[in-house]
Design a protein around this ligand. Structure first.
Ligand SMILES: Cc1ncc(COP(=O)(O)O)c(C=O)c1O
Length: 358
């Protein structure tokens, strides 16, 4: 039996998608990096400001088609903020109540955006508590816990259908090196890396996936140890990425290499990038790009040519009081100077010396 509300809900999401444009692939201007081209897929330009717009659309469709969301269902999500902003947008589109469960440190701008879309914010004091609290609320309210950390990797059609990987390879088609040597991405759920990695394999492409992890996160150690029960620590300071547990959506088997990126390197890199593109980006973009610059420097040293693609995950306007506030940086991240100097050196020489390499 068909359910007309569910049919209409799916139609509304599909019509919204039909009205949407794809995001731009920016070619970075790095005149001294000869024979290596770096590209940034700019996911900050989605209507809700981050790469999570794609995920939210997929999660709602997945839940509707599974019969998990019906007319009037309260939708609950655990999030570091970006996914909740995008899900609040889709909940409003469908006329559904939405509650975001987030750490109390979540950027104020994201909280305002969730509330702007009619969502409710529910805070916990540590990022490791968002899962249990979401489950509890869903039970109490007879709602649906969306659970991006479990379902991100399977809600997206990784074989194509206009997913982010499909879009990147299409947009690269007319470039000097159309098949990137590397794609670099940082994991929150791990869903974007899973989609990109699976797509590369399914299309039998000669591209490697490098996943970059911030401090205070277990993904790097999990990748090397395989210990599913691993946990840590103080909570990532790079919003959106780095987790205290190995999330179910992180698919280690599709990752070719992982790197640990120091938090000051991520912040120094968003300042470096702003000088090139004239725009502020979120800190996870810095983590991505620092990893990409390390790879570029290593390729240059070996005399290799090719292209590297990474992502602008969201805009820096969300983080003016944190990543763009020197006092906050001093208290939470530490001294950026060694990384700023390393990046300046890279600009003129193509050599990125890692300040604390050991
Ligand atoms: C700003 C930002 N960057 C990167 C990511 C990581 O993406 P994924 O969850 O697909 O691993 C997220 C996820 O929430 C995010 O919000």
């Amino acid at each position: 039996m068909t359910n007309s509300w569910v049919n209409q809900a799916i139609e509304k999401i599909e019509a919204d998608f039909q009205r949407s444009a794809d995001t731009h692939l920016i070619k970075l201007d790095t005149p001294n990096l000869l024979g290596i081209n770096i590209y940034l897929k700019d996911e900050s330009t989605h209507p809700t400001g981050s790469l999570k717009h794609r995920l939210a659309r997929s999660l709602f469709l997945y839940a509707l088609c599974n019969g998990w969301i019906k007319e009037g269902t309260t939708v609950i999500e655990s999030s570091s903020g970006s996914t909740a902003v995008s899900e609040a947008y889709f909940a409003r589109l469908l006329g559904l109540p939405f509650i975001a469960v987030m750490p109390s440190t979540t950027a104020k701008k994201k909280i305002q955006q969730i509330e702007f879309y009619g969502g409710q914010c529910h805070f916990v004091d540590h990022s490791s508590k968002i899962y249990a609290e979401s489950e509890r609320l869903a039970q109490q309210l007879d709602g649906h816990y969306m659970d991006q950390f479990t379902y991100a990797e399977r809600a997206t059609d990784w074989r194509g259908n206009n997913n982010i990987a499909n879009s990147i390879f299409d947009q690269m088609e007319k470039e000097q090196f159309p098949i990137p040597t590397w794609i670099v991405m940082s994991p929150g759920t791990g869903g974007t890396s899973a989609t990109i990695g699976r797509y590369i394999r399914y299309q039998r492409l000669n591209t490697k996936l490098c996943v970059v992890d911030p401090e205070n996160s277990v993904f790097y150690d999990f990748f090397h140890s395989g210990d599913q029960n691993i946990s840590c620590c103080n909570g990532s300071k790079i919003e959106g990425i780095g987790r205290p547990r190995a999330e179910p959506s992180f698919i280690a088997g599709v990752v070719d290499e992982m790197r640990k990126i120091p938090d000051p390197a991520s912040i120094a890199t968003i300042n470096w990038l702003e000088k090139i593109i004239g725009r502020k980006t979120g800190a996870s973009t810095g983590t991505n790009l620092y990893g990409a610059l390390q790879l570029a420097s290593e390729m240059a040293a070996k005399g290799e040519t090719g292209s590297i693609v990474t992502l602008i995950c969201d805009s820096g306007e969300r983080y003016l009081d944190t990543y763009y506030n020197s006092e906050w940086i001093e208290q939470n991240i530490g001294d950026l100077t060694p990384y700023q100097e390393a990046l300046e050196h890279f600009s003129s020489t193509s050599v990125l010396n890692c300040p604390n390499s050991n």
